[in-house]
Design a protein around this ligand. Structure first.
Ligand code: DGP
Length: 116
């Protein structure tokens, strides 16, 4: 997969971001347009444009690491005890704007259901 988005530039540190976590496979940084007191994007360093490109047989460890990172950051940001929300938008109806797979970690306030 080679489709580049702004997130590829953030991974390569060509544009700045407020990075809160980095490993060989994952980067996490604060969303530029936060929808909650804590709003962090957790992304794989490989380009998977949407959830539809995710294959359990190939990406299970990577997805597992994304959840591990979400839990780690939730503790780091002091939102683990009260709870938080993880969101992955997919394509037009899902409200996806950036076509590089990302998990939103949202917390620090009461979330509503159903989401908008
Ligand atoms: P989505 O709608 O699920 O594709 O979410 C994309 C998110 O990415 C959106 O909440 C805003 C955020 N975003 C877009 N461009 C940038 C950027 O250049 N820097 C940072 N930190 N966040 C960005």
């Amino acid at each position: 997969m080679s489709e580049e988005t702004i997130f590829s530039k953030i991974i390569r540190k060509e544009i700045p971001a407020d990075i809160v976590y980095e490993s060989d496979n994952i980067l996490a940084f604060r969303d530029i347009n936060p929808q909650a007191p804590v709003h962090i994007l957790i992304i794989p360093k490989i380009v998977l444009p949407t959830v539809r490109e995710v294959k359990g047989s190939e990406h299970a460890l990577l997805l597992g690491e994304m959840y591990d990172v979400a839990n780690k950051i939730a503790v780091q940001e002091d939102i683990a005890a009260d709870g938080f929300r993880l969101v992955v938008n997919c394509d037009k109806n899902g409200g996806q704007d950036v076509y590089h797979l990302h998990m939103h970690l949202l917390g620090g306030r009461q979330m509503k259901w159903p989401p908008g």
